[in-house]
Design a protein around this ligand. Structure first.
Ligand SMILES: NC(=O)c1ccc[n+]([C@@H]2O[C@H](COP(=O)([O-])OP(=O)(O)OC[C@H]3O[C@@H](n4cnc5c(N)ncnc54)[C@H](O)[C@@H]3O)[C@@H](O)[C@H]2O)c1
Length: 255
């Protein structure tokens, strides 16, 4: 049991990636505080995590918009009331926002609303959660923080807003690793294309382009991210901090 007696907070736990991470942590003994903006998806996540943990008593689920301070404060308070301290944060929430222009120079056609929404979704939850959780991690001399960037943080035409936001996540990860050292490990995973709702957005032709671009000739599964998250957030990854680890089937070196 690599997470026995640990408590982990996972955002976006109603989506395939967040749910896979929360389940993996639960299988390894962690108690879970999970959230999602969708009550339906969160209920699904709660069932899956309780099953993986072998007990409904090991999960607290609260619907929140993780961009809203007051809602995240309630989530952290609920987790602490049930389990005491929270030692692990896996902040999975993020993604694309708004309509993408079907042609060259997407940025030139981008609305300010889309730009702002992308920055908010990818950066705001982490800001709130780190402010709420890191002080106790520092006080207790133990903590793990995992962010989700993207291989797109290096830049990609058609999603400059998302690339910039994910570069922000990468930068924040490194800054926090320095600020919270030596007792709190802060890392990020940079996924390639993972089988989640993003596939429906991409469409089969684009998905095939990414599959072909990968060195391993397959798309990623949520469990690929979950296994890496487990490694980075358990003591096995204890000598790793400030890293942005691509989990991309080799899309990253092929870029
Ligand atoms: N899927 C991919 O191929 C891929 C690739 C690179 C990076 N990523 C990143 O991985 C993370 C997860 O992506 P995904 O594809 O699993 O996304 P997803 O949309 O399938 O799941 C995200 C979950 O977060 C929830 N959510 C959205 N906004 C929220 C909010 N404000 N507050 C609380 N919950 C909210 C959604 O309801 C959803 O259940 C994101 O950060 C994304 O940018 C994904």
């Amino acid at each position: 049991m690599r997470m026995k007696d640990r408590v982990a907070l996972v955002t976006g736990a109603g989506g395939p990636m967040g749910m896979a991470v929360a389940k993996r942590f639960a299988e390894e003994g962690a108690s879970l505080v999970i959230t999602d903006i969708s009550a339906t998806r969160l209920a699904e996540g709660e069932r899956a995590v309780a099953e993986a943990a072998g007990s409904a008593g090991k999960v607290v689920a609260l619907r929140t918009n993780a961009m809203v301070r007051g809602e995240v404060e309630e989530l952290v308070a609920a987790g602490r009331e049930k389990f005491g301290s929270i030692q692990i944060l896996a902040n999975i929430v993020g993604g694309y926002q708004g309509q993408h222009y079907d042609g060259p120079a997407d940025l030139v056609h981008m609305t300010e609303a889309r730009w702002d929404a992308t920055m908010q979704l990818n950066l705001k939850p982490g800001f709130h959660l780190v402010q709420l959780l890191a002080p106790a991690m520092l006080e207790n001399g133990y903590g793990k923080i995992l962010n989700i960037s993207s291989v797109n943080f290096a830049g990609e035409a058609g999603s400059a807003d998302y690339g910039a936001a994910k570069a922000g996540v990468a930068s924040l990860t490194r800054s926090l690793a320095m600020e919270l050292a030596p007792h709190v490990n802060v890392n990020a995973i940079a996924p390639g294309i993972i089988r989640t709702r993003v596939l429906a957005m991409l469409g089969p032709e684009n998905a095939e382009v990414y599959r072909e671009r990968s060195l391993l000739k397959r798309l990623g599964e949520p469990t690929d991210i979950a296994n890496t998250a487990l490694f980075l957030c358990s003591d096995e990854g204890g000598y790793i901090t400030g890293e942005i680890l691509p989990v991309s089937g080799g899309i990253w070196p092929a870029l």
